[in-house]
Design a protein around this ligand. Structure first.
Ligand code: ADP
Length: 254
């Protein structure tokens, strides 16, 4: 469904993605993990055409992302920070997105699932962070597209909303969708992800199943496996005389 070849992206002199090769062929949930600043959002935005790569090729459903736009109809996207005019009500916002995207979205079942009914007439500026996030989830998922890209979807959600989101994602997965998620909540990944991609210093350090990751690093939890990846990096850096860089890397990941 999605193929990424030799993807490179720099911002000024900072090389963020240094030749990424990735494939999302099987439906299911893939978690993209990595320390802050490792390039997760840059990678996601490259798929969406919101960041223009310097080199490499991305194809979605066979269509080259470069210069293409029709492929975007196949993707629903929940950004990490969604900004909309604060004076719009939730209902107005849903209508606005529907008018912009067209088609026949089904927001009703999502509004019910996340208990958003009482908030439909409230202005975005007056909502709590969690309620805003629920509204963003409704906007992102109401189109039922085959690919879902969710950047930190659990952000601000209370435990009930978190359960509802997990149920929803399981159902979407059952429909055969490709779901790509970034999150810092390791419990969420352990419970939900079929596959993990670990980004570090602009490279893919690991792509595979959770169990495979744990076995590879002799760890009984995802957290420990990640700590071990970072430790190995640290040792590598030390051997190359970059101890300070390694320490900074580990601190960033904590
Ligand atoms: P992550 O999502 O893993 O936290 P990002 O992809 O957001 O990482 O960022 C990776 C690096 O690229 C960071 O150092 C960030 O500051 C830098 N970066 C991201 N977007 C831009 C931009 N538009 N302009 C300049 N630097 C950017």
């Amino acid at each position: 469904m999605i193929t990424i070849e030799k993807l490179k992206k720099s911002f000024g002199s900072q090389e963020v993605l240094k030749g990424i090769n990735l494939e999302f062929q099987r439906p299911g949930i893939t978690a993209i993990l990595g320390p802050n600043g490792s390039g997760k959002t840059t990678l996601i935005k490259s798929i969406l055409g919101m960041v223009l790569p310097d080199k490499g090729r991305i194809r979605v459903g066979g269509e080259d992302v470069k210069g293409g736009w029709a492929y975007r109809r196949q993707i629903d996207y929940l950004p990490q920070i969604a900004r909309f005019p604060e004076n719009l009500t939730v209902q107005e916002l849903i209508r606005m997105i529907r008018d912009l995207r067209g088609g026949r979205p089904d927001a009703e079942h999502l509004i019910r699932r996340f208990g958003l009914g009482p908030f439909l007439g409230k202005r975005l500026g007056n909502l709590s962070g969690g309620t805003r996030q629920k509204a963003n989830i409704v906007l992102a998922l109401m189109y039922d597209s085959p690919v879902l890209i969710l950047d930190e979807p659990t952000s601000g959600l209370d435990p009930v909303a978190m359960l509802r989101l997990k149920e929803l994602l399981r159902q979407e997965k059952e429909k055969g969708k490709h779901i790509i998620v970034t999150t810092h909540i390791m419990g969420f990944v352990e419970e939900m992800a079929d596959e993990v991609v670990f980004l570090l210093e602009g490279h893919i350090h690991f792509q595979g199943g959770l169990q495979e990751l744990k076995e590879k690093y002799g760890a009984n939890s995802l957290e420990l496996a990640i700590a071990r990846i970072l430790q190995q990096e640290e040792l590598g850096f030390k051997a190359n005389g970059h101890g300070e860089k390694a320490a900074a890397l580990v601190l960033k990941a904590l």
